[in-house]
Design a protein around this ligand. Sequence first.
Ligand code: ZN
Length: 321
Amino acid sequence: MPAVKKRRRAVQSQNLVGEKPPTDYSIWTLAYCQADMPYDFFGGSGLMSNQGTIQIPMLYTVLVGGAQGQKKHVVLVDAGFGNQDWLSRYRFFGWEDPSTVLAKIGLTPADVDTLLVTHLHFDHIGNFSAFPNAHLYIQLDEYMGWLRTLSLPKDFGGGERSWILSSLDPQDIHNVAIAISQDRATLIEGDVEVLPGITAHLAKDSHTFGTQWFEVQTRNGLFAIAGDAVYWYSNIEKMWPPGYNQGNPFNQLFTYEHIRKTLSRELERLIPGHDPLVWQHHRTWTAGPNEVAEVNLAKGQRSRKHRKKNKKAQGHRIKLG
Ligand SMILES: [Zn+2]
C-alpha cells in the first residue's frame, strides 16, 4: 500500500469512538472577498517584514453531511462580514453576498442550519444575521473576553479606530447576546463534539480570547478547519506566529502543534484562515471575483464545478507576491 494511503488509515483510526456510525461531509471553502494586506500581518513580524503586500482571500467553509443514516446538516464555518464600514476601512475588494457565494455550490443562506464561528472578529461573525435558520456556536471564553474588552474604561484606548477595536464590531456582541436570549446561539466550553463527526477545539488565549478550530471526520479521513487559529500554512510549517494577533503567540504555537498532530502532519488537510495557497492544495475554480475550493466530496455527492461555464478559470492561481 502506498505510504499516503497508510497514513490516511492511521489518521482515521485515531477518531473512532465506540460504536458510533461513521460520519461523512462534503467540504467547500469559498472566498467571499479579497484584500491587499502586508505579508508580515500573516506570515510573522521579522520573518516576513518589509516584503510589501499580498492579495489574500476572506473565507468561509461549508460542510454538508452527517452520520450515516441520520439527519444531514448544512454547516457553515464562519459567516464573513456584510458591513459597509469595514469594506471601506481596510483594503477589501470583490465582496459578494452569501446568496451569490453559496449559489456557486447550489445552496442558499436559508439552507444553513449550523453556524460554527471560530472567533468574534468582524470578518468571521459579522454576517451572522444573513443566515436566518442557523444556530450559532461560539466559545464562552471568546464571548466573555470581548464583553470585558468593551467594558474597559474609555481612556484605555477604546476609540473607534483603536487597536482593541481593530477587528471587533461592538454591534456583533450585541447581536450574539440577542441570539443567545432567543435560543439561536450556544456558548460552548472547551472541546465539544458539536455535530456527529465535527469537534470544536478551544485554542484559549491564542489568536483571540477563545478562538476555536474544528476537526471534521469524513470517509477520506480528518480535515481541520482552522479559521484564524492558523492564518497561513507557513505559520505552522515554520512555527512562527503572525504579526497581527490579539492573544498569546506561544499559545498559538501550542495550537499549531495540536493541529499538526491531529492531522498526522498532512497539512493539505488543513484549511487556514486567509492563505491564498489553499487554492493550490484543492480542486479550485473561480466564479465572479472569488474562488471556490472543493476540498472533499461525501459519498454520492457530485462535484459542484460546472465544467463548461468555468472552463476559462481552470488552472487559476492567485499570483503570490
Ligand atoms: Zn480573519
